[in-house]
Design a protein around this ligand. Structure first.
Ligand SMILES: *Cc1c(COP(=O)(O)O)cnc(C)c1O
Length: 369
């Protein structure tokens, strides 16, 4: 018999919901015995990894007996060059997910408040909860537009962090530069974190990843990842850019070898792979249009997206359609985890994948009538 010996995890862990990732292709293949399975559920790059990153990884394999560079200095320099900041203003991490945890550990005391747009990326809640902080969700305005006045109104003297995911996952909407200025000028004493994981896909003039506010000296952090546009989600690299005093605080809670050596090499190569970045951008732009057309033809509402995914309103049959798509080999993300039970989020795939999704969805909706 198991003896528990009264060993109890911390009380705050009771408020943590496990992260629910998109189902992997192999699992759906195995469970359903399907040949063709496409995954449009995790906003991965449908073109695959940056070829330059792959080549660099191969060249780095023979050095795996060595510990990684604890400062990731080459990668830091490459990022600093790319954005016109100092290496001391950059922190590479084991995926951007790790950075969210580190920010939480560095800045949150129990009882502090964290402002989170709703619906958005679930890791912000996770970071708050592991520290015993309170999440203050701020709903979007109509059509999932950012409501900057509502964000400002939610600030109290307990607010320590404000997350602005832009373009926002799962809605694809973004916050405009004038709204950011308004927010930053009325918020004092809280760190504003711009999650710019999808910044490379945003093509509106009023969009910013927040980097210009870091450059202008505002006490803000902009977070980035190599998992989306660069196509190396599997090797886990993300980073933050912020004024040096913020980076110094985060470094205190970082483990020495958080970014493994292959990840450092791969990311350094990927950031210089402009060809891969450009083709990923153009495939994504065309793919978004292709998905819009599919939804238009089916009379389904959707939100125009600045990311590499589209949130579509399926209706009361949302869950059934999500499951039936899966049964036919198309993995998308069901909206229920964001409180959107009538929505699905579809990542932009290759033209063939988008078309396959369109065919299957059309078939499922035709069957309904
Ligand atoms: C994918 C994603 C990230 C980054 O993920 P990592 O793979 O951990 O780098 C961060 N924020 C949002 C909103 C994302 O969708």
């Amino acid at each position: 018999m198991e003896q528990t010996n009264n060993i109890k995890p911390r009380k705050t862990l009771e408020s943590i919901e496990p992260y629910s990732p998109g189902k992997p292709i192999w699992e759906v293949q195995k469970e359903l015995g399907l040949e063709r399975v496409i995954k449009l559920a995790s906003n991965e790059n449908p073109l695959g990894p940056s070829p330059k990153a792959l080549e660099a990884i191969q060249n780095g394999l023979s050095e795996l007996n060595r510990y990684p560079d604890a400062d990731a200095s080459m990668l830091k320099q490459a990022i600093a060059d790319q954005y016109g900041v100092l290496p001391q203003q950059v922190i590479p991490t084991n995926g951007a997910d790790e950075l969210i945890t580190l920010i939480s550990e560095a800045f949150l005391e129990a009882g502090d408040e964290v402002i989170v747009p709703s619906p958005s990326f679930s890791e912000y809640d996770f970071g708050a909860h592991i520290m015993g902080a309170t999440v203050v969700p701020v709903p979007f305005a109509e059509d999932f537009r950012y409501d900057v006045d509502a964000l400002i109104a939610a600030v109290t003297e307990k607010t320590k962090l404000i997350y602005i995911c832009t373009p926002n996952n799962p809605t694809g909407t973004y916050i405009s530069k004038p709204d950011i200025e308004k927010l930053l000028n009325s918020v004092k004493g809280a760190l504003v974190v711009f999650d710019a994981a999808y910044s490379h896909f945003a093509d509106e003039a009023e969009y910013t990843s927040g980097i210009e506010f870091v450059q202008a000296g505002y006490p803000v952090l902009t977070l980035q990842t190599f998992s989306k546009i660069y196509g190396i989600a599997g090797i886990r690299v993300g980073y933050g850019i912020a004024p040096e005093f913020i980076i110094q605080a985060i470094l205190k809670v970082k483990e020495p070898f958080n970014v493994n050596s292959l990840a450092q090499i791969a990311a350094t190569a990927a950031i210089g792979d402009t060809e891969h970045v450009r083709s990923s951008q153009s495939v994504n732009k065309a793919g978004r249009e292709q998905l819009y057309k599919i939804f238009d033809s089916l009379g389904l509402a959707y939100t125009k997206s600045m990311g590499n995914f589209v949130l579509a309103h399926i209706g009361p049959e949302g869950e059934r359609i999500y499951k039936e798509l899966m049964a036919k080999g198309v993995i998308v993300r069901y909206g229920k985890t964001w409180g959107l039970p009538e929505h699905i989020r579809v990542s932009v795939g290759t033209p063939e994948e988008n078309a396959f999704f369109g065919e299957i969805l059309t078939g499922l909706l035709a069957k309904q009538v």
